[in-house]
Ligand binder design. Sequence first.
Ligand SMILES: C[C@H](O)CC(=O)SCCNC(=O)CCNC(=O)[C@H](O)C(C)(C)COP(=O)(O)OP(=O)(O)OC[C@H]1O[C@@H](n2cnc3c(N)ncnc32)[C@H](O)[C@@H]1OP(=O)(O)O
Length: 721
Amino acid sequence: MNGRTVLEVGADGVAIITIIHPPVNSLSFDVFLSLKESFDEAAQREDVKAIVVTGAKGKFSGGFDINAFGLMQKGIEHATSGDFVSIELLTETIEAGRKPSVAAIDGISLGGGLELAMACHARISTPAAQLALPELQLGVIPGGGGTQRLPRLVGLAKALEMMLTSKPIKGEEAYSSGLVDALVSPDKLLSTARQWALDIVDRRRPWVSSLHKTDKIESLGEAREILNFARTQAQKRAPNLKHPLVCIDVIEAGIVAGPRTGLLKEAEAFEALAASDTCKSLIHIFFSQRGTSKVPGVTDRGLTPRQVKKVAILGGGLMGSGIATALILSNYPVILKEVNEKFLDAGVNRVKANLQSRVKKGKMTQEKFEKTMSLLKGTLDYESFKDVDMVIEAVIENVSLKQQIFADLEKYCPPHCILASNTSTIDLNLIGQKTKSEDRIIGAHFFSPAHVMPLLEIVRTKQTSPQIVVDLLDIGRKIRKTPVVVGNCTGFAVNRMFFPYSQAAIFLVEHGADVYQIDKAIYKFGMPMGPFRLIDLVGFGVGVATAMQFIENFPERTYKSMLLPLMQEDKRAGEATRKGFYLYNDKRRANPDPELKNYIEKSRNISGVTVDPKLVNLSEKDIIEMTFFPVVNEACRVLDEGIAVKAADLDISAVMGMGFPPYRGGIIFWADSLGSKYIYSRLEEWSKLYGEFFKPCAYLAARAAKGIPLSASEEQAQSRL
Ligand SMILES: C[C@H](O)CC(=O)SCCNC(=O)CCNC(=O)[C@H](O)C(C)(C)COP(=O)(O)OP(=O)(O)OC[C@H]1O[C@@H](n2cnc3c(N)ncnc32)[C@H](O)[C@@H]1OP(=O)(O)O
């Protein structure tokens, strides 16, 4: 059985129904059926006066069992159909039941979990409990009456905010907004809920049916205004997504035609959306994100992460200060080392500024700011490194400098200390060449700004010990990053994929395509910005340095262009210099620059490239394919070489490291939706026309030949032969 509920009746006549489905008490079909049985039994038993529903082990419920979406998509399960869950169970059995029910909420009450609680006649919560309707994050809308009951409990504006952002609110806010009726500490939760239920029976407390509440709902005119504003915002935020608009339509239907009509519309829309590509992609992302910390041969050895009490960071530049911020925010004491007072001050000030911006946004109190800053100590020497448990080197990308630093670290740090480098491209074996500590050298590749970006690329060499990987995975989790463990090579996984992306864009421009048209098409596809706007943001210095690494290591498939160096020569080095592919005003607004064509022309002449009329007016589809298929090709090489353990890790790397739209499921998931054969045939066609840069790799060719998805593991691929 996939989860269940238990029913216990106390001497006071209150039946406690407890959901038991570890780890988060999700609502599987078995749990729904069992809930129905338990509520039916409680309704029938004469010794039961009232009902309390709760979740085992301090967690009310993490919502609908997300595994079940897969079953629904395969047509195996239909039990969520609105008729059963939303109407029969939640509305008719629970809300319209003859005995009052109270939800006792601790830990989490998410999605279907909150919908179950809202169908009860009252909700008692602990202050720290998290309540949310996060369904939109999964490409669906609430399907258990959430679109109808939440606005009636908290008002339209708050309900829309909760649904459209998917963000949880804590018990305290839930209480002040009317979602819960009382707040109590965890030890008093059940007794308070029991008493509340009995009080409803005795008419000492109101018997409220959320679905029929009217006091919080705005007038029709006002409601329409709020809904239309939400529509505009939703379209602006994610123009490619339809389900947020469906959610707003369903809420509106309930307000215009009544909650019963709203429930039916909701159920219908939920079922349709659960079968959509967006939902499939987002659920793939949900599980893939949780799967990144399961590394075969590492996390299955029973190793326990060691405690890291003190961390040292070398380099207080943009990366070093960002990493320091991320660590102190999670209460790690940090030593920041720089080469002189001036650089040290600048580094410490950057950390300060990072935290101050949180204070300004109201995300941090002044007191917490001071406490957090006190965890950071600056230094100019290695004196205080003797008791650090981890060092993260974040200096400039210079091999000999890094080699020297690691040799020094070996001397000054204790033998158990993790020696990590934040390099984004350099082979770790090179960095550790002058040490005998290869087993504790590891890559901790953060993405800028390090205290904001969610990805941490953990790079292990063949010598890195599994214990060190387990330790870093634990730190990653504690500083709230999604770790992806990859193998060692130039560029690792994320930059290996990133590189052909900007290269393809530069190739297209040199052959006649328009910079701004490319950026527009890629933005429309769902990237946060186009490749040229991104190169401007990152800065040409970084772009050129990375290019050199790739030219050196993968010369056969690097498209060589002088465009960036030429622009750099003229002090056009990106946003920092206010000029790059765009011109930037005081407010960082990017404007196209008519002068750009002169540089492109010059660069074309140097490369000996002529404009290809076929590439001048490319369709958006062609721009997307010519830019992203080389990325898919490189991702296939990364998989083939074993740099990434599984395709899903690359999907997460693309989403969190490159900004690839999660609703397309990540780079390989997206590629598989188009088919390996199609991608192969296009790359093959372009490689004949334009050379090696587009040449499909052996992995892609083999899978295309057999019609096998790119994500299939090697064993799966073999078994399909
Ligand atoms: C009809 C309804 O309207 C439709 C719905 O309810 S849709 C579902 C709505 N619910 C959600 O979106 C909640 C999703 N879950 C979460 O946000 C987080 O997992 C959480 C806050 C519950 C717990 O977070 P955290 O403690 O960090 O643990 P996390 O690693 O994420 O999850 C623990 C395990 O529970 C699983 N899990 C979490 N929520 C789940 C769910 N709703 N269904 C199935 N499994 C779930 C995770 O996959 C993970 O499994 P693993 O250990 O095998 O990798």
